[in-house]
Design a protein around this ligand. Structure first.
Ligand code: PGA
Length: 248
């Protein structure tokens, strides 16, 4: 049985004061989570320490990005050990916004994922096709190419990796893949993971992301290969995220 992972990606939202208010409200709204799921929030770098110091009950913390070196002359970057020291258990790598706006390649994402694993955390590796790629019938080949490329060299570490399938056209748009379409892609990703890493593929959690909300989460989470959600906009409101985390 794979334990589901519900993660909130706060993106570039919330000052420290606002982030603390949000985690306090979320803790009040979500004092317990059922044993079959993990719940995590990924605030901005500046808010991480303050969030880590707050009472959070069952809510874990993760980061949104990392640089794949341990230290050195990398102005503006943050190392895996710095995130582990704060108490992060997860790091999002290769989000589509980073792929598109900051030119991150599969090879760079694979390096980041390896560095995250080496520091004892789990990478949440994001993959997903654009609208144009879906409309031209290339969604599956694009996504499976990203999966293979972003896992290069990590074949023996699959069970500590999380994959987030996030169709780019569904992110922040209010459009969601149907549960059936998402399941089809998740099953294809799982088959690719089997090809790459054998039986460990059954233990890899594959999250869905892209306009996950209170009113679509239950159907998505009921699919056999959907093992959680990566939630953007709806993670910024405590009651809404608590409802998503309490999917049925
Ligand atoms: P969204 O973002 O839930 O606002 O669509 C998801 C994400 O980008 O991780």
């Amino acid at each position: 049985m794979r334990k589901k992972l519900i993660a909130g990606n706060w993106k570039m939202h919330k000052t420290i004061a606002e982030a603390v208010a949000l985690i306090d409200a979320l803790h009040a709204a979500l004092p317990f989570v059922p044993a079959d799921r993990d719940v995590v929030v990924c605030p901005t770098f500046t808010a991480l320490s303050s969030i880590a110091a707050r009472p959070r009950g069952p809510i874990g913390i993760g980061a949104q990005n990392v640089y794949p070196e341990s230290h050195g002359a990398f102005t503006g970057e943050i190392s895996p050990a710095m995130l582990a020291e704060i108490g992060c258990a997860y790091v999002i790598v290769g989000h589509s916004e980073r792929r598109a706006m900051f030119g991150e390649s599969d090879a760079f994402i694979a390096k980041k994922a390896a560095a995250v694993l080496a520091a004892g955390m789990s990478p949440i590796i994001c993959v997903g096709e654009t609208k144009q790629e879906r409309e031209s019938g290339r969604a599956q080949s694009v996504v499976l190419g990203q999966v293979a490329g972003s896992l290069a060299g990590l074949e023996g570490r699959l069970e500590d990796v999380v994959i987030a399938y996030e169709p780019v056209w569904a992110i922040g748009t209010g459009l969601t893949a149907t549960a059936a379409d998402a399941q089809t892609m998740h099953a294809a990703i799982r088959a690719e993971l089997r090809r790459i890493g054998g039986a460990a593929a059954e233990r890899v959690r594959i999250q869905y992301g892209g306009s996950v909300k209170a009113d679509n989460v239950d159907e998505l989470m009921a699919q056999p290969d959907i093992d959680g959600a990566l939630v953007g906009g709806a993670a910024l409101v405590a009651e809404g995220f608590a409802r998503i985390a309490n999917y049925r």
